[in-house]
Design a protein around this ligand. Sequence first.
Ligand code: AMP
Length: 217
Amino acid sequence: MRAVLLGAPGSGKGTQGERLSQQYGIPQVSTGDLLRAAVAAGSELGKQAKAAMDAGELVSDQIVIGIIRERLTQPDAAKGYILDGFPRNFTQAQALDEMLAALERPLQAIILLDVNFEVLMRRLTGRRTCQACGAIYNIYFSPPEVDHRCDKCNSDQLVQRSDDNEETISNRLRVYEAQTAPLVDYYEAQGKLYKVDGEDDITKIAKNIGQILETVR
Ligand code: AMP
């Protein structure tokens, strides 16, 4: 299965990507996660990416296309993958199509997670991540059972992602509208776009995506 999760920041790409990855036994490839790991490791690539990420801007196409090219040629991606957060503009979408055409393994489905602006704002401002185990919460929609404490590993390190502050969030949503949303038409023209209501509950969304993916396997 070779699929892309397309949607604004906060639309649930990470949550659904993780589920699909487990369900199909294929990796979830998130450029955001790969970039955050590079920043945390203090690598040269991380240093180059950090300023753009902190400002809510896109990291250069050259960097993210390079990351994807390397990641998709790893052995665990041979059976397929779920892309989350890539591509984010035309240049990236075209580079990806060319890369996959050369391998004769084109994308099979692009799933658009549709969520309105107000809901996105609450999801992003309310998001908290457990620094110890990576579990994700939302103080408005899915808080931990005990305030500030992770249900899964009991750590008290529930933190806000550094780019989940109001100013950066607004910028990320603007960047999405201007640069990423136009990819809806691009993939629609290829006949590969499927729209899912991203405001349903998590299980229902997963079920809807699963049904779509079964039709393109
Ligand atoms: P995400 O976790 O997908 O919301 O990504 C967090 C940040 O990483 C974004 O705001 C961008 O700065 C950067 N980023 C992630 N994916 C890409 C991409 N495909 N192209 C450019 N920048 C990206």
